[in-house]
Design a binder for this molecule. Structure first.
Ligand code: NAD
Length: 350
């Protein structure tokens, strides 16, 4: 593991096995300087243990950066369960995972990710209290996507202000790729602020919902190239790639999807060189983890909302530094995240 390209000085990686259920999983703790490591559990049919470890190393580091940029008292961690969520998931296997989480005694707090449902989280919660990010009686929170969408909306406003000098969205054309949980809610906020919408989705029911917002419909293959002021990817990752970047007409890319840059080192720079302002995905979509954190620490809805609105301020800081240094915005965001973690480490040591 220490020689793997994705190893980044991770604090710990714990492997778990439960013979009775066939559970095989691991929990990676990238950094816990800022607080207990927090990140979702992903259940996926990995080809082998190396692939699972690579994913856990990469995703847990991503959570450290995301939590640091959202200024949360949380470190970065991630759990992966090796297996097909459709065919191999059982309540007993979920409880085995819950016991694995419990064994770390709060050093890792889990939430939902690919392959997990609210019902699974409830099963996990029957054996550990170190779980958040789903509807729990008597606690704020639940589905994080409305807060993710609110953060994306605030981030789009901040990007528009940086480019246009005003955050007025009235009359601006915004292309939303994917109108699912996050994309639809974002579109609703944009519409309420006076923006004109063009949307694409592969799910007709979700498209139909967006049509009720007066949105124009574009083809899923062409939405990135729409004649728009802002392109908001809210569906898939890797949408900023060799094929798409040259076709983007918007001056701003700001949306909720994870891992938008196909190859960050290459495509972050390509976007910048085309004069496009890119809102780093893990910064603009931090509203969901802010909601999860609020549930862990019992923050009020007002505090969660105010923190989410801070995403706009953070992005403005990233945009300003990137412009001054002529560096891609994602590089600047990564650096700010690392600096926040490092300085907290030093003040702890002092
Ligand atoms: P979702 O499944 O509810 O929505 C995704 C939508 O994209 C669906 O309507 C789907 O039909 C559509 N879609 C799929 N392929 C498409 C394509 N080729 N072209 C256009 N549309 C397509 O998921 P979500 O929760 O809204 O998440 C969307 C993105 O935001 C994901 O990348 C997710 O990782 C990221 N994200 C979500 C949250 C959250 O709180 N839900 C938080 C952070 C990041």
């Amino acid at each position: 593991m220490f020689d793997m390209p994705d190893f980044d000085g991770h604090e710990a990686v714990h492997w778990f096995h439960d013979k009775a259920t066939g559970y095989r999983g691991l929990i990676a703790i990238h950094d816990s300087t800022l607080g207990p490591a927090c990140g979702g559990t992903r259940m996926w049919a990995y080809a082998n243990a190396d692939a699972a470890l690579t994913d856990a190393l990469r995703l847990s580091k991503g959570m450290s950066y995301k939590n640091a940029m959202a200024e949360l008292p949380l470190g970065g961690g991630k759990a992966v369960i090796m297996g097909d969520a459709k065919t191999q998931k059982t309540p007993a296997l979920m409880r085995a995972h819950g016991r694995a989480v419990a064994s770390l005694d709060g050093r890792y707090v889990t939430a939902m990710d690919v392959g997990m449902t609210e019902a699974d989280m409830e099963t996990i919660a029957s054996v550990t209290k170190h779980v958040a990010g789903y509807a729990q009686a008597g606690r704020t929170g639940g589905d994080p996507s409305p807060m993710t969408a609110w953060g994306v909306f605030c981030g789009i406003r901040a990007a528009v202000k940086f480019v246009n000098g005003s955050d007025d969205l009235k009359g601006l054309r915004i292309a939303v790729q994917g109108v699912g949980n996050v994309g639809y809610e974002t579109a609703r906020h944009l519409k309420a602020a006076g923006a004109r919408l063009v949307v694409a989705d592969v799910n007709p029911a979700n498209l139909h919902r967006a049509e009720a917002l007066g949105a124009e419909i574009a083809s899923p293959d062409a939405i990135h190239a729409a004649d728009a002021d802002v392109y908001a990817p809210c569906a898939l990752g890797a949408v900023l790639n060799d094929r798409t970047i040259g076709q983007i007409r918007a001056k701003i890319v700001a949306g909720g999807a994870n891992n938008q840059l196909a190859r960050p080192a290459v495509h972050g720079r390509a976007v910048m060189e085309q004069g496009i302002l890119y809102a780093p995905d893990y910064v603009i979509n931090g509203g969901g983890i802010i909601r999860v954190c609020g549930q862990i620490y019992d923050w009020s809805d007002e505090a969660i909302r105010a923190k989410t609105e801070g995403i706009g301020v953070t992005l403005t800081e990233v945009f300003g530094a990137a412009q001054a240094e002529r560096r891609p915005t994602h590089e600047v965001a990564d650096r700010i995240a690392r600096t926040r973690i490092e300085s907290a480490k030093q003040s702890k040591a002092a």
